[in-house]
Design a protein around this ligand. Structure first.
Ligand SMILES: CC(C)(COP(=O)(O)OP(=O)(O)OC[C@H]1O[C@@H](n2cnc3c(N)ncnc32)[C@H](O)[C@@H]1OP(=O)(O)O)[C@@H](O)C(=O)NCCC(=O)NCCS
Length: 189
């Protein structure tokens, strides 16, 4: 599913853009990052190649309920956010709505600087404000303590746990914005 809008904002002196990914956005850093982090990614293949990722993005963009976004810092792709199982279309509002979010920040220059939190915030903000979906859910590998901490600092709470996964969720009211975000704007193509 491709949306007709994007989110732009700033963090200190960095311009950030959050928009649907297209195959032409795939960079070498993205592919290497996918290979390094395969363990914690839900949608992966044994052979992580540019062709596989292009096919994946094309399939997601053609689907009715799944979407994938890129986070660009000063026009460089630094991460991606998958938003899946969006439970209704953007023209319908309903009470029992929801979506699943997966976040990935790979660019070496932007790790451990709060851009994971920024990507989760942007994904949730987009889902809440533009897709009119109230509840965002995440399923995190039980070993992935860093992500649990990151999600908690965005306003997510733990809903349930299994031997393999921690399930967390965040409503529009609970979403916390990183303090250093400014100039938030929704633009349309
Ligand atoms: C999980 C992942 C997105 C985190 O990326 P990240 O950019 O390192 O994460 P954060 O935004 O949480 O970075 C916070 C770190 O930056 C530091 N930081 C620096 N400036 C900051 C700021 N202005 N705001 C917030 N944190 C800041 C924090 O102290 C924190 O460090 P710590 O983890 O040592 O406490 C990334 O490691 C990743 O893509 N992993 C693989 C895929 C994955 O696990 N996805 C999650 C599934 S939902």
């Amino acid at each position: 599913m491709i949306f007709d809008s994007y989110l732009s904002f700033s963090r200190k002196n960095i311009s950030l853009l959050f928009r649907n990914l297209i195959p032409d956005d795939i960079s070498e850093e993205y592919i290497s990052g996918l290979r390094r982090n395969a363990r914690f990614l839900i949608n992966r293949s044994d052979d992580i190649s540019r062709q596989w990722q292009e096919d994946y993005i094309n399939n997601v963009n053609r689907s009715n309920h799944d979407s994938i976004f890129g986070l660009f810092a000063d026009d460089v792709l630094i991460g991606s956010v998958g938003i899946q199982q969006i439970s209704h279309t953007i023209t319908e509002k309903c009470a029992l709505d929801g979506a699943f979010l997966g976040c990935f920040v790979f660019h070496p220059q932007f790790l451990k600087r709060g851009f994971g939190i920024t990507a989760v915030w942007a994904g949730c903000y987009y889902v809440h404000k533009i897709a009119n979906v109230n509840l965002v859910q995440c399923g995190v590998d039980i070993q992935n303590k860093k992500s649990v901490k990151m999600l908690k600092s965005c306003g997510f709470t733990i809903k349930s746990e299994t031997a393999e996964k921690i399930y967390m969720h965040c409503t529009a009211e609970d979403l916390m914005s990183p303090l250093d975000i400014s100039n938030i704007r929704i633009g349309y193509y």
